[in-house]
Design a protein around this ligand. Structure first.
Ligand code: ADP
Ligand code: MG
Length: 559
């Protein structure tokens, strides 16, 4: 039964000054002049999580041209664009909110577009004085503010801006395709703006202060794109790329941009055409994390007391063991590129120099440093690495390409690095012996993801934390997790996995694959246990979901 707008107004008027629970009566649907409003869920009291609404427009009636809807990414990009617009239209509203995107364009549930309709999913804190309903204010919010903001967004958006964004996205995908065809793991377009305003803001640094990106001639490649002039920029080839340069010359900033390049950015971000192999994983040291039966033997063996490293398990990893495990896990999660920064790596994991090799005999040193495995990773497993190195010159021996940052400008110094490596021969000895094998895909027991209290399940708390079984799972060091809505989606994935039939034959990777197939078919909405709509989910990559599972204190891997 779909009520009229008038009914809603009358109902809210009658409720004025009643107890808050009376708001439940407005659950249902209402036909407004331009849309249908669905009131899906009403909060139990003014302090509970907000109530949820959907505003649904007939797609035919909106000024959306057919050709804009034809791409595989149309729904995602238009949805993202309108979510941003709606957020702006709601800036002055204290009651209404929509889950707004950051600098990346991610599939999200805030705006849904199907063949028939477009739907905004909003939250509303229904007005109250103490625990009494403020009917008049509620009527203002739901029957005046809401239609005004939604109609403005749906009908009066800037069409040129939307077209520009669709074209930008089409170009991004064209570059990604060229990257695959040419064997590049990264592409940084000329004129890109890499630095951000601050450590806590992802907005671009104001142009006056920025050295914009310019590819070194040797590395410059041109990609033709469907819209506009061909795009020139620096191609990072498969293999081992080492980024050197003095402190504060912009090394980490370039790497950070590559980390984020697994996602497409919005126009105006400055990193629109900074694109990275979308399976790339940033790996760093993370002491204190849990590790569950990971084969870290390529990097670490012969631990004191004969502790096994082929199925290494610890509640409290060290810097080096955490970094080793994170690399193996990333490969298990099908990453084909690793990104490392010396700033956030364990020194003893990265290198052992000649003097240390002499003083501490290999028999007493469990670690085979990364420098001795970075090439085999590439040649034997097809996993490329881009790493920032300021101090360890021995890495020049193992690099296919050496890039140097000098006052924020990039130079290709591969040839000079070769000369230096020739003139000053390294005195260290290689420490890797066996050939590398792909890590085996681990299987997990379903109890790993189940909660003692099934009604509760896993729940996100901000960007970096998921509460599961009363324990905080920290994702602070999962650096490519960029949006709180992704964290919520990861929590929802954990709950979805927990509710599945036990299937002992599937590995964690396979479980994730089939979960994503379902998401592909049913959309992210299907993840939510919430009735009505989950307006606040954004799609995480498989790699981040895997990273979260790997860090669960309750993860139990079956041998
Ligand atoms: P490094 O890792 O080489 O020590 P960072 O990447 O941390 O250096 O950069 C140091 C500072 O320089 C940061 O504050 C960063 O925002 C700024 N920066 C980086 N790249 C640029 C650039 N292209 N133009 C202007 N400032 C930049
Ligand atoms: Mg740095």
């Amino acid at each position: 039964m779909c009520y009229r707008l008038k009914n809603l107004q009358a109902q809210l008027k009658r409720m004025d000054q009643k107890g808050y629970k009376a708001y439940k009566d407005i659950t249902g649907s209402y036909s407004f002049p331009s849309f249908t409003l669905f009131v899906d869920h009403i909060q139990a009291d003014p302090y509970a999580p907000p109530s949820r609404l959907r505003v649904r427009y007939d797609l035919q009636k909106l000024p959306l041209q057919k050709e804009w809807l034809q791409h595989s990414f149309s729904a995602e990009v238009i949805g993202d664009f309108l979510a941003r617009g709606l957020k702006r239209a709601l800036t002055s509203s204290r009651a209404l909110t929509v889950d707004a995107p950051g600098q990346e364009i991610l599939a999200r549930t805030a705006v849904a577009i199907t063949d028939q309709f477009l739907e905004f999913r909003l939250s509303v804190s229904l007005p109250a004085a103490g625990r009494k309903i403020l009917g008049k204010q509620a009527s203002q919010v739901l029957t005046a503010d809401l239609p005004k903001a939604c109609d403005q967004t749906a009908f009066q958006f800037n069409q040129e801006d939307l077209v520009a964004q669709l074209e930008c996205t089409a170009n991004q995908f064209a570059i990604r395709k060229a990257m695959t065809e040419n064997g590049w793991v990264g592409f940084v377009a000329n004129s890109s703006i890499l630095p951000r305003v601050s450590g806590v803001s992802n907005k671009p640094l104001a142009t006056g202060k920025v050295v914009s990106f310019q590819a070194p001639k040797e590395r410059e490649r041109t990609v033709t794109v469907p819209y506009g002039e061909p795009i020139k920029g620096m191609a990072i080839e498969k293999g081992v790329t080492v980024i050197v340069g003095g402190g504060y010359h912009g090394k980490s900033t370039l790497l950070k941009a590559l980390e984020r390049g697994v996602y497409n950015h919005i126009l105006g971000d400055g990193r629109e055409y900074v694109l990275t192999d979308d399976s790339a994983v940033k790996v760093r040291a993370e002491d204190g994390r849990r590790i569950e039966k990971v084969d870290i033997s390529p990097f670490i063996s012969n631990l004191p007391f004969g502790k096994t490293t082929t199925a290494f398990q610890t509640e409290d990893a060290s810097g080096s063991t955490s970094q080793a495990a994170s690399i193996i896990e990333a490969i298990e999660a099908k990453a084909t590129t690793l990104l490392l920064d010396e700033d956030t790596s364990a020194t003893n994991f990265m290198i052992r120099d000649a003097r240390m090799q002499r003083l501490v005999h290999k028999d007493k040193e469990p670690i085979t440093p990364f420098i001795d495995q970075v090439r085999p990773l590439s040649t034997e497993l097809g996993v490329s690495t881009v790493l920032v190195v300021g101090g360890a010159g021995d890495y020049l021996d193992v690099a296919d390409t050496v890039l140097m940052l000098d006052e924020y400008s990039v130079f290709d110094v591969t040839a000079q690095a070769g000369v230096v490596a020739e003139e000053i021969q390294t005195t260290r000895t290689k420490e890797n012996k066996e050939t590398l094998k792909r890590p085996t895909e681990r299987k997990m027991g379903l109890t790993s993801v189940q909660s003692s209290d099934q009604r509760k399940g896993a729940a996100a708390k901000g960007l970096h934390t998921i509460m599961h079984n009363k324990q905080a799972l920290s994702l602070s060091f999962v650096e490519q997790l960029v949006d709180t809505s992704q964290t919520r989606a990861i929590a929802a994935c954990v709950n979805t996995l927990a509710s599945q039939e036990a299937s002992s034959s599937k590995s964690i990777a396979e479980l994730i694959d089939s979960l994503y197939e379902t998401i592909e078919q049913k959309g992210l909405d299907g993840l939510s246990s919430f009735r009505g709509h989950p307006g606040d989910l954004a799609k995480p990559r498989k790699q981040e979901l895997f990273a979260a599972l790997n860090r669960l204190r309750s993860l139990r891997v079956k041998n």
